[in-house]
Design a protein around this ligand. Structure first.
Ligand code: 15L
Length: 247
């Protein structure tokens, strides 16, 4: 199967057989061009962290709409959308959550990811595109810190989830957590397992090293209490003790 990458900058590491098309997600015509003749899309584009509203609006709201519209017009069969743990970041770390909880985005970025999840569901049910929203934790070769011991995902495990989204027969709209097999996870990812996910990597294998390097103090209490970490603490102005008693 041929693969085509689209981005504002050409990647230096295109694999043999991969092609590249320069496209800015905020420009509908460019995204239309990138989606022509495509069967399945892995949408990792846009802003990947908190940013001023104007930037989020352009890349993650307008951009995500452009992407789904382009997919509809081009007759794309599947879209895998990279949403984020920050769509539900305001759940306490002590709480285990599934994919059916009321969203609690922790940032403008988290809100934009929820918007994408909503768009995905609408295009799935209204236009018959098979859509998967992956609430990705943190992708990397190793978990970076204590919080990431709960939400880390190794790239190979992420590829498994993406393949489910692109290839599982009969898929309409699904939401899964993009995390490896992590003992400290606060996500009930049983739905991903039902769909065939078999993660091969465990954050706990890195726990000793990660915890030894963890700074002992200096973190905002809201960042320590909530799943979303610093995304929750940034610009925080509520009374945390009151919020804790109501969480
Ligand atoms: C995300 O959604 C970001 O894309 C990534 O850069 C990390 O910040 C990650 O969340 C995280 O929560 O660690």
């Amino acid at each position: 199967m041929a693969a085509q990458a689209a981005d504002v900058r050409e990647p230096k590491d295109l694999a043999p057989g991969e092609t590249f098309i320069k496209a800015d997600i905020s420009k509908a015509a460019e995204i239309d061009g990138a989606c022509a003749g495509v069967e399945g899309i892995i949408h990792l584009g846009g802003r990947s962290g908190e940013a001023p509203w104007e930037a989020i609006l352009e890349a993650n709201i307008v951009g995500c709409y452009n992407l789904f519209e382009a997919a509809r017009k081009a007759g794309v069969k599947r879209v895998v959308f990279a949403t984020s743990n920050h769509a539900v970041g305001f759940y306490p770390r002590a709480t285990m959550i599934g994919t059916d909880v009321i969203p609690r985005p922790d940032s403008r970025y988290g809100v934009s990811k929820l918007f994408g999840e909503g768009l995905g569901a609408m295009y799935a049910y209204k236009h018959g595109i098979g859509v998967t929203s992956l609430r990705i934790g943190n992708v990397g070769d190793k978990p970076l810190d204590q919080r990431r011991l709960a939400i880390w995902i190794k790239p190979e495990d992420l590829v498994q989830l993406i393949r489910i989204g692109l290839e599982r027969p009969g898929l309409v709209y699904e939401v899964m957590y993009g995390v490896s097999d992590n003992q400290r996870s606060w996500y009930d990812n049983s739905h991903a397992y039902e769909l065939g996910y078999k993660p091969e990597h465990r954050a706990e294998d890195h726990a000793e090293e990660v915890l030894a390097a963890e700074p002992r103090s200096g973190k905002h209490p809201a960042a320590e209490f909530y799943q979303g970490g610093t995304f929750c603490a940034d610009e925080y102005s509520a009374d945390l003790d009151t919020m804790k008693s109501r969480s």
